[in-house]
Design a protein around this ligand. Structure first.
Ligand SMILES: Nc1ncnc2c1ncn2[C@@H]1O[C@H](COP(=O)(O)OP(=O)(O)OP(=O)(O)O)[C@@H](O)[C@H]1O
Ligand SMILES: [Mg+2]
Length: 257
């Protein structure tokens, strides 16, 4: 592991019965990098994120986050190390407001004693105030301040995706995994998303690893791209290297790029 590396995946495999969803993949990401992960449907992209975040158990290999081996560690442990994610299928509490969704994430992160909540102790009230303050600040970072009291289900698809990012930020992550953040967004929302992701990296120093089918998003944001095909890492490199890689063009990008 190099000094600067934050995520180091060595020879990782995830098999579902006979299906090799991830086959001997090795990936290294440095602190502060903005990295893309692309590949055709079913290539294993989400499975890789699930393995990294403790949502599925690898068949073999190692994953080091900040020098700690996180393979077979529970998801909440991995999250507390500073690794947060969003989901391809939005997972919000639909009937709760934007602010309430973030407050819940805040409390899940702090692990208050239930008793403190019931008794409404001073420390609980202080925590509650801090939760609302932090949630409000994060809503403004992602540009959702005017939607704080809107029920999540009433938000546009694009804004629900932003709220998912906001929820991931509540845990104060060192690294953020985004699974198709631009999916379902209109061109204006996509442009805002690109700016937001840039801001998270430059202003908040968060390392970002993102899965995306929208090549405009990937090519304009990422300094390095990994390409998966049938669970195999077929290429890695700069935008230009990936665009001109024969194997990638054949597997995924098509002849017209
Ligand atoms: N829990 C599971 N059990 C069995 N098979 C699974 C499971 N999760 C994923 N798979 C299979 O593993 C392969 C990789 O799926 P994955 O969702 O990781 O692909 P993906 O690259 O994210 O695709 P997409 O771009 O469509 O989101 C697929 O063949 C999928 O059907
Ligand atoms: Mg996926």
């Amino acid at each position: 592991m190099t000094h600067n590396s934050i995520l180091e995946i060595n020879d990782l495999s995830v098999h579902f019965g006979g299906l090799k969803a991830i086959a001997n993949v090795s990936i290294s990401i440095n602190k502060g990098e903005l990295i893309g992960l692309i590949g055709p449907n079913g290539a294993g992209k989400t499975t890789l994120f699930n393995a990294i975040t403790g949502l599925c158990r690898p068949t073999g290999g190692h994953i080091f986050f900040n020098d700690k081996d996180i393979v077979n560690k529970p998801a909440h442990y991995i999250s507390r190390q500073g690794l947060a994610r969003t989901f391809q299928n939005i997972r919000l509490f639909k009937t709760l407001t934007a602010l309430e969704n973030l407050r819940i994430a805040y409390h899940q992160n702090l692990h208050y004693s239930i008793l403190a909540g019931i008794l409404k102790t001073k420390s609980f009230n202080r925590g509650e105030k801090a939760a609302v303050e932090q949630a409000t600040e994060i809503l403004s970072i992602v540009g959702l301040d005017s939607y704080a009291n809107e029920v999540a289900d009433n938000l546009s698809y694009g804004n629900q995706r932003k709220l998912e990012i906001a929820r991931a930020l509540v845990t104060n992550p060192k690294m953020l995994l985004l699974d198709e953040p631009a999916a379902g967004m209109n061109p204006i929302e996509t442009k805002e998303l690109i700016n937001l992701i840039r801001k998270l990296r430059t202003e908040f120093n968060i390392t970002i690893f993102l899965i995306e089918h929208d090549m405009n998003v990937v090519m304009s944001l990422c300094e390095k791209i990994f390409v998966l095909d049938y669970g195999v890492l077929i290429a890695q490199g700069s935008v230009d290297e990936i665009k001109s890689n024969e194997q990638v063009i054949k597997a995924y990008l098509g002849e017209d790029l």
